[in-house]
Structures are given as C-alpha cells and as structure tokens.
Design a protein around this ligand. Structure first.
Ligand code: ADP
Length: 470
C-alpha cells in the first residue's frame, strides 16, 4: 500500500516535472517567425542566417526553408514555405548557411516508387476484373430439372390446360413445325401471390423434360447501368446451351416496368435487352420464356405484343372445388381423421385463400397435432389452423376484463342473431370470441358454393349482418 502510494507520488512528481520542463522550453524557446521570400534573400545576402535547412514537401517543387536569423544581441528562427526551381536549389546548396535535403533518390526511394506504381496498377486491374465479373455467375446457379409435375398442381385446371400445349411443343417441336405453326415464345402467368404460378412453370419444365432457369425480376436490378442487361443476355445464352429450356422470370413487373413511368436508365437498358433477347431467339429452338406477375398493368406494352409474351394465362384464386383438390394434394402423407369430411369443411370455409395459404394451413394443423402428441390430425386442429392462417395467432396473452369480454360476446351475438334471420346469406358455421390477430372475435360461414355475383337483396342482408354488431 505504502509502495503504491509512493509510486503514485513518484509518477505524479515526474509528470509535473516533465510538464514544467516542456513549459520552460516553450517559454524560453527561440521565437520563430514566418518570413517572405524577399526577406530570405535579403538575410542570405547579409550573411545573417545560420543553421539552415531546406526540406522538400510532398508537393513537387515546394520546399520548407528554415534557419536562425542573427540579430544584434539576439536571434530568431525564421521559416517559409516556397517554390524553388532547380537553379535556386543549387544556389542555396552552394551557400554555407543551409543544408539542402534533396528528395530521396536512393535505391530505397526507387523501391517505394515501384511499389506504389504496382499497387495502383493492381487496384486498376482489380476494378476492371470486378466490373467484368459483375452480373456473371448469379444465373449459373439457377439451372435445375424440377420434380414438380402437373399432378402436383391442383385446382387451376384451365391454366394447366393452356400451358399443356407448350409442354407438347417442347416435347415434339417437329409436329408443329410440319404444319407451319409457331408457338408462343413467352407465356405470362398473371395471378395473385401464392396461387401456384412458380409451381406451374416448374411443372411445364418437368413435364417437357426441359431445363429450368429461374430468376427473379429483381435479380436484374443493379446499381451499375448495363449489369441487368448483361445478366439478361447471359441468361438467354445459358438457356440456348441447354435446350430444351424454360426461362422463368418471377415478378417480371420489377424489371419490365412500363418505360413511360420508369425513366431509370438501368431499367431501360435491362428491358431493352430483354426485348432484344426475346426477338433474338426462335421458339423452334426449344426455349420458352415463362414470366409471372401479379401486376400486369405495370408491364411495358412492348413486352406484351405478339412475338413476346403473347400468351397470357390467368391463375386465379382457387374456387371451392380447386381448394378441395389443393388440400387433397397437400394432405398426402398426413394422417387426417375422417379426412374426406374434414377437408370438405375446410374447402368450404376458406374462400379467398390461395394454394400457398392452404398448404400453410395443413402444415400448421400438423404442427398443432404434433404439439398435442396426437397420432392423427383432427378437424379441430384443421379449423384452428384455418383461423390462425386467416385471422392470426390466438392472443392468449391479451387480457380482456369481464366487461370487455361481455361486449365482444354481445357484438358477435348481434351479428349472429341478425344472420339467422337472413334468407340469402350462407349458413353460419362458427362464432368465436377468442382474440386473434387484430380481431377480438370472428364469424365463419359455410357456403355451399363460391359466389361470383351478388344480388341487391344479398348485399342488403350482408349490411344488416354487419350493422348487427353495433
Ligand atoms: P406464386 O408463384 O403464384 O406466388 P407458388 O407457385 O410459389 O405461388 O406457390 C407457393 C406454394 O403454394 C407452393 O409451393 C405450393 O406448396 C402451394 N401452392 C400454390 N398453388 C398451388 C396449387 N394450385 N396446387 C398445389 N399447391 C399449390
């Protein structure tokens, strides 16, 4: 402890002494002053300068000159930064008061120069190689032979029917060529997300035994102008090497935006490259471009003209029969108790759900059952999964007090009572006051069929039911 205290004392004293020493040196240092070039010459001529140095600065031809200027009974340090040419440097080095430090011309200096040059050359070559490689490689990874067949894609029979001729063509192009037929180069699949557009494209490739090149519209979007265009060209080149091939461009609206609306030059170049690439190949070569979008109105008109994406296939939300078929395909391998009836009910109570929602529903139901260590997926699990997919997860942590719960119950009961009085509304299936997602309660209907048109009477009844909760 004593030692520690002493150490602190010694260190403190040393610091103070050092500080005082520096202060003393600073106070008694020879004053220094910046002088002009004329003064320098004047002092040098009067031989009033000693202990001088002339040092080069990093800037060519600029030197730092300093020296001691003798004054009667005193002296001062003077300095200046100035431009000196070779003759002036030589004149200075001939004077005895100044030592001239010439920029390092020795072997070491030369090595430094060589290394600097090599470094700069390396950076330049690196940048050039990097630029050349931008856009390469990404597409090389997307080639595959899909295993999704037409039988896996359920519920969108019309769309399947429309694309099946592409499959036939890719399998036997000569059959069409003999009769002078020309098949579409591009098929545009239009439909909401999750309705099976990607699946359908994969199924075409699988059924036609073709290579499948899959890219996303946003893969073509880059900061560097021309990179997207380069990727397009590369993609088509790769497909040409692997015929027959399907080039699938998902979310094509992100690259094929209408050029009137999007003046970004990178997009313009990419879409021009896409148009040129589509014009550049003949569909008899066995390449078909399949693109998917849920925003066809954003697409550039040039893309939609005949000879490019001239075949438009709508992939809508599945109807009740379609939902039942999709549920059936995804239920394969899942032990569902009384499967036929349970899936019927789910198909009836899920209008507006996409194939992806239904696949997710069955997966959630399997998870619910597994959590309960059940051996089969029950209808209750399926219904819980449906409510979760539609409204969100049950909010078990949400604490509703007695009054709030009563209010929600009255509200839902209000809807229910009015509903029971209506003639055209589909029958009621389930009323819940369990909070889920944003809803505090929910009502599920059991329609016998999907409704595509509604009568005035139906809409009035719907309004009545909606107001019934007030
Ligand atoms: P999209 O490309 O239209 O957004 P996807 O083809 O990617 O939709 O579908 C996502 C998932 O949804 C698929 O992997 C599949 O499991 C399921 N799915 C969607 N539509 C169908 C369908 N018609 N039949 C079977 N499964 C489907």
């Amino acid at each position: 402890m004593k030692f520690l205290k002493n150490t602190k004392l010694v260190t403190g004293s040393a610091l103070i002494v050092t500080g005082l020493t520096f202060l003393g040196i600073w106070c008694f240092r020879t004053p220094s002053r910046e002088i002009t070039r004329a003064e320098l010459e004047q002092f040098a001529q009067a031989k009033a300068l000693t202990d001088g140095r002339v040092m080069p600065t990093p800037y060519a031809g600029i030197y730092f000159v300093e020296g001691k200027h003798k004054l009667p009974g005193n002296s001062e340090r003077v300095f200046l930064t100035t431009h000196l040419d070779e003759a002036q440097i030589k004149a200075l080095s001939d004077q005895s008061w100044a030592k001239v430090a010439i920029p390092d011309q020795g072997v070491r200096g030369q090595w430094v120069n060589v290394l600097c040059n090599l470094l700069i050359a390396g950076v330049v070559i690196g940048v050039v190689v990097y630029q050349g490689n931008i856009g390469r490689g990404k597409n090389a990874l997307v080639r595959e032979r899909p295993t999704v067949s037409f039988s896996d894609v359920a519920g969108i029979e019309e769309a399947k029917g429309e694309v099946s001729e592409v499959v036939d063509f890719l399998r036997d192009p000569k059959k069409y060529q003999r009769l002078g037929g020309r098949l579409p180069k591009g098929v545009l699949l239009i439909g909401p997300p999750g309705t099976g557009k990607t699946m359908l494209a994969k199924a075409i490739a699988c059924e036609a035994n073709a290579h499948f090149f899959s890219v996303h519209g946003s893969d073509f979007t880059e900061v560097f102008v021309g990179v997207g265009a380069k990727r397009v060209r590369q993609l088509f080149r790769q497909a040409a090497k692997n015929k027959p091939a399907i080039i699938f461009i998902d979310e094509i609206d992100s690259v094929g935006k209408n050029r009137k609306l999007d003046t970004h030059s990178e997009h313009q170049q990419t879409i021009n490259a896409l148009l040129a690439a589509m014009d550049g190949f003949d569909s008899s070569q066995g390449i078909v471009v399949v693109a998917a979008t849920n925003r066809p109105e954003d697409l550039d008109e040039a893309l939609l003209r005949p000879g490019r994406f001239d075949r438009k296939v709508y992939v809508p939300y599945p109807d009740m029969k379609g939902r039942r078929a999709i549920l059936q395909t995804h239920a394969a391998g899942k032990p569902i108790a009384d499967a036929s009836k349970a899936l019927d009910v789910i198909a009836q109570t899920t209008p507006g759900m996409s194939g992806a929602d239904l696949a997710n529903l069955l997966n959630e139901a399997a998870i619910f059952s597994a959590l309960q260590n059940a051996t089969q997926i029950s209808q209750t699990d399926l219904e819980a999964a449906r409510d979760k997919v539609r409204f969100g997860k049950e909010r078990k942590s949400m604490v509703l007090n007695q009054t709030e719960r009563e209010m929600v119950a009255y509200h839902e009961a209000g809807h229910t009572i009015i509903h029971l009085q209506t003639q055209l509304m589909p029958p009621l299936y389930k009323v819940s006051i369990v909070p889920r997602g944003q809803a505090l309660g929910a009502t599920t209907l059991l329609p016998d069929e999907d409704q595509h048109l509604q009568s005035r009477q139906f809409l009035l009844e719907e309004l009545l039911v909606l107001m019934g909760g007030r």
